[in-house]
Design a protein around this ligand. Structure first.
Ligand code: PEP
Ligand code: MN
Length: 338
């Protein structure tokens, strides 16, 4: 892969001509209009591209190879942060986006109560799983389509956009019909046919880091989505497996600034799956925001003791409300708002 950097004053006609030559040679162009410069990513065999002699075309400043394995996700491809708008919030902006809701949609009442209460506390996006990836086949698997309908109703009532998981390529059209953001869970981070399928959508994708995946593997998974044409990918650090059993996972807080260096994509943190325990969520959330996270996705249940999934890590709506006021203080201290 290489990138064609256009001159600052390159005309639209010159850009169109470069794209034409790229396509004529059998490559896929990916256009990125930065604040100053237009950049065109060219994916394909570099030796074959040599012969296209792109650097001599009018308006071209230079042609440079991207050496990292991830290309479209890299900072080299796009210098400015990618901003992803969902409803009235923007990921990758100065805003820290708060997403909250139950682990799983269990009943209409539970979901609507939770939605209203997290909204009142300051959440801007409602989370909730209708398709649940459970370790045991005997555990509650989610309500499926009925769960999606309940989420749609919750959006109608509260105005909150919905983020919900899709586990299988065949369910992508159904989930996309209801969701504002489609979540790819940790267990599916390298389900390549699923990544390709959501890559053909234009809706934002929340891509969670696999529990034993490196950051490079996470970015390569994002690359699958981007290279299929969907540039709206939000990355999520949700804790990784280490030798430490005290917490459910180990939050890799360093992932936030590392990803900030490597990629232009927004980065959010899931403090719930990272810790597995309610009491640990507030300090870890504040640390994530101090480290520069663009958002938080946190589990909240109106009655955690009755939750069918992940009760021990669910905050009550009141806990969440208290956390939001602390988040506001930390966000302001690092020049962000929520
Ligand atoms: C979830 O968000 O409900 C979930 C299952 O998370 P993860 O894929 O990170 O385990
Ligand atoms: Mn969960």
């Amino acid at each position: 892969m290489m990138i064609v950097v256009m001159r600052t004053r390159a005309t639209m006609k010159e850009v169109a001509e470069v794209i034409k030559v790229i396509e004529k040679n059998g490559f896929k162009p990916h256009l990125s209009k930065g604040e100053e410069k237009t950049i065109i990513g060219v994916v394909g065999d570099e030796r074959r591209l040599e012969s296209a002699r792109l650097e001599v075309l009018p308006g071209v400043e230079k042609v440079i190879p991207i050496l990292r394995p991830f290309k479209l996700a890299s900072r080299e491809f796009r210098k400015d942060n990618t901003q992803i708008r969902v409803g009235d919030v923007t990921f990758g902006s100065q805003q820290v986006v708060l997403m909250a809701g139950p682990c799983a949609v269990e009943t209409r009442e539970q979901t609507l109560e939770c939605a209203k209460r997290v909204k009142a506390a300051g959440a801007r996006v409602l989370r909730g799983g209708a398709f649940k990836p459970r370790t045991s086949p005997y555990a509650f698997q989610g309500l499926g389509e009925e769960g999606l309908e309940i989420l749609s109703e919750a959006r109608e009532i509260t105005g909150l956009p919905i983020v919900t998981e899709v586990m299988s390529p065949v369910d992508v059209p159904l989930v996309a019909k209801h969701a504002d953001i489609l979540q790819i869970g940790a267990r599916n981070m390298q389900n390549f046919s699923l990544l390709e399928e959501v890559g053909r959508l234009s809706k934002p994708i929340l891509l969670k880091r696999g529990m034993s995946s490196t950051l490079e593997e996470l970015l390569m998974a994002a690359e699958y989505i981007l290279s299929n044409g969907n540039y709206n990918v939000i990355l999520c650090e949700r804790g990784i497996r280490t030798f430490e059993p005290y917490t459910r996972n180990t939050l890799d807080i360093t992932a936030v600034p590392v990803l900030r260096e490597l990629t232009h994509l927004p980065v959010v943190v899931d403090p719930s799956h990272a810790t597995g325990r309610r009491t640990l969520i507030p300090p870890v959330t504040l640390a994530a925001i101090a480290a520069g996270a663009d958002g938080i996705i946190v589990e909240v249940h109106p009655h955690p003791e009755k939750a069918l999934c992940d009760g021990p890590q669910a905050l009550t709506p009141d806990d969440f409300k208290k956390l939001v006021s602390d988040i506001r203080l930390v966000a302001a201290a690092v020049g962000r708002r929520c």
